[in-house]
Design a protein around this ligand. Structure first.
Ligand code: FAD
Length: 395
């Protein structure tokens, strides 16, 4: 049975950092906002869980900084990149340019639930266990979404819909399947798989995020709350098959070929089960998949995880979309064209993120070619200014 809901200015689908950031900023600007998330929070999430220092400024603007700092996470003062043979280079967290000395190591379960609670406090209507299953269209313009919740379908009308569903791009993909989106940048399927687990007994430095390169991929180890370490790594799917699809074997037979990883993970045991996802590729997607629909966070662009800046981009693009929608809200309420909102969002997005996405696309080559990574680590190891410049270019 279909039910129709009240009208909203914006319905945001996806309760990750992009969706909650957009929702809080929009509610603070007086908009009526619904945030729909398919899962019940807190929930685990595959991620390196390295919250870069600039995110803390966002948390302050979002009114959630104390909640994050009091969550028992770890302060991470630098990132060390280890080549397969054990050579390393360091990037202090303060180089990321926010004036803070530390990044935060905190699980996504803890971080995301705090953002969602803050959204509720800010006046956002939050629906958990509500999966977006379709878009409401009126002459090819998006006018809302259908949500499946509690065994029923709820049709939510809104002036704008926001796809914050992460790499799955659930709303944009729906339009592509129906042939209604003509601005889609397609990418070749990537033969990569990512794994993540919380570990006990890992021997990495308490205040460091350690990144290990190995044949065909890389992984990161850093502390989170409760004295646990988060291990998250990317491997070629052919290596996963060769290890019988067993994450522990992949860790031992692929990741631990990196000399430093072999030391730090020797006595580690998994505390939680493994999470795994296939990665289809990196980079840009459609920012405005259809009139009335904006994409933010990973649904708009998936930046390479070794930069540790995906959550930052999610928070930033959520804020950018909220500012854009708020600026055009009066026009949208008058049912005027979506064209100006769309071109404004595209222009701002390209201005803020264009350069860093181009730099990361270039650096990606080094990340996946082992000898290249070795050479780069050797060359950059000698030059702190070059490392600092590159670190800044990824944000
Ligand atoms: C291997 C790996 C390691 C990473 N490590 C780091 C790191 O250390 N630091 C960092 O900053 N970034 C890291 N990232 C990137 C970071 O995880 C993402 O950039 C970030 O999560 C993007 O946030 P988002 O809100 O766009 O999407 P997500 O966090 O993916 O949130 C999307 C939400 O949408 C919900 N959803 C999906 N479909 C629907 C639907 N149909 N209906 C309702 N809800 C739906 C999902 O349940 C989810 O909660 C990493 C990524 C990978 C793959």
């Amino acid at each position: 049975m279909n039910h129709s809901s009240d009208n909203y200015d914006a319905v945001i689908v996806g309760g990750g950092p992009a969706g909650t950031s957009a929702a809080i900023h929009l509610a603070a600007r007086g908009a009526r906002v619904l945030l729909a998330e398919q899962k019940k929070f807190p929930r685990t999430k595959l991620c390196g869980e390295f919250i870069s220092p600039e995110c803390l400024e966002h948390f302050e603007r979002l009114g959630v900084a104390h909640q994050m700092m009091d969550a028992g996470g770890a302060e991470l003062t630098e990132t060390l990149f280890y080549s397969r043979s054990g050579k390393s280079l360091n990037v202090p967290s303060e180089w990321f340019g926010s004036g803070r000395t530390g990044a935060l190591g905190l699980s996504r379960a803890e971080m995301d639930v705090r953002m969602m609670e803050r959204a509720r406090e800010a006046g956002v209507d939050v629906l958990e266990e509500a999966q977006a299953t379709g878009l409401l269209l009126e002459k090819d313009r998006v006018r809302g979404v259908s949500l499946k919740t509690n065994g029923r379908v709820l049709e939510v009308n809104s002036l704008v819909a926001v796809d914050a569903t992460g790499r799955s791009r659930a709303l944009a993909r729906r339009l592509e399947r129906e042939g209604k989106s003509d601005r889609v940048v397609t990418s070749r399927r990537s033969p990569l798989v990512a794994f993540k687990a919380h570990l006990e007994g890992a021997d990495g430095h308490k205040e460091h995020c350690e990144i290990y390169f190995y044949r065909g991929g890389y992984g990161g180890l850093s502390r989170v709350e409760n004295g646990l370490s988060n291990l998250c790594f990317i491997v070629q799917s052919r290596d996963v098959r060769a290890c019988g699809n067993d994450p522990e074997r992949v860790m031992h037979e692929v990741l631990m070929k990196n000399r430093r990883a072999a030391e730090t993970l020797e006595r580690a045991r998994t505390h939680s089960g493994w999470l795994a996802v296939a990665l289809e590729g990196f980079g840009r997607r459609a920012l405005v998949p259809a009139p009335g629909l904006l994409a933010i966070g990973d649904a708009a662009s998936f930046i390479d995880p070794f930069t540790g800046s995906g959550m930052l981009m999610a928070l930033e693009s959520g804020e950018l979309a909220a500012q854009t929608i708020a600026r055009h809200l009066a026009r949208l309420r008058n049912k005027e064209s979506f064209d100006e909102t769309a071109s404004d969002y595209r222009a701002l997005y390209n201005q803020v993120f264009g350069a860093r996405l181009r730099v990361c696309a270039l650096m990606r080559r080094a990340a996946f070619v082992p000898r290249f990574a070795e050479t780069i680590i050797f060359a950059l190891g000698a030059s702190a200014p070059a490392r600092r410049y590159l670190a800044r270019s990824t944000r």
